[in-house]
Design a protein around this ligand. Structure first.
Ligand code: UDP
Ligand code: MG
Length: 139
């Protein structure tokens, strides 16, 4: 059975371009409930830790620079089948390959500046939610 929680970030590019409210509306209109949410900014060290699985990838340093370059919104979201349904809502990593109507198709600039994060598994949703929120904040 799939879990009912996922984790998201509205990334610095989308914040900077003024898409925060539109993206949050789209998320809640699709049936996700916000369990926890904060406006924050990652240090380079935090961005390195969050994206640690990608540390050998050629885009890692640019990704860390970008993700620590400005404010983000971090949130834990609740819905049936949350991880899979949220990945569907955001669309492919590369916005040129994302389906019509997805958040990345509508608001992403490029494969790097792609507007939003979405967890890729129930296990990572827990790890990522715990990275930003205490147990008291999440429930
Ligand atoms: N990324 C990038 N270049 C690439 C692939 C990914 O800059 O060729 C960035 C992009 O911001 C992406 C993040 O690294 O969202 C994490 O990559 P992942 O493959 O996990 O994509 P996601 O799960 O976010 O769709
Ligand atoms: Mg990923």
């Amino acid at each position: 059975m799939n879990g009912n929680l996922t984790f998201t970030m509205i990334k610095p590019d989308a914040m900077q371009r003024g898409f925060m409210s539109k993206i949050l509306d789209k998320i809640t209109d699709t049936g996700f409930k916000v369990k926890a949410m904060k406006l924050t900014k990652l240090s380079k060290e935090q961005a390195q830790q969050f994206y640690g699985v990608h540390k050998e990838r050629p885009f890692f340093n640019d990704l860390v620079e970008y993700m620590s370059s400005g404010p983000i919104v971090a949130a834990v979201l609740e819905k049936n089948n949350a991880v899979e349904d949220f990945r569907k809502l955001i669309g492919a990593t590369d916005p040129t390959k994302a389906d019509e109507g997805t958040i990345r198709k509508m608001y992403a600039e490029s494969i790097q500046y792609n507007a939003v994060h979405g967890s890729d598994s129930d296990e990572n949703a827990m790890i990522e939610g715990n990275f930003f929120f205490s147990a008291r904040e999440r429930f």
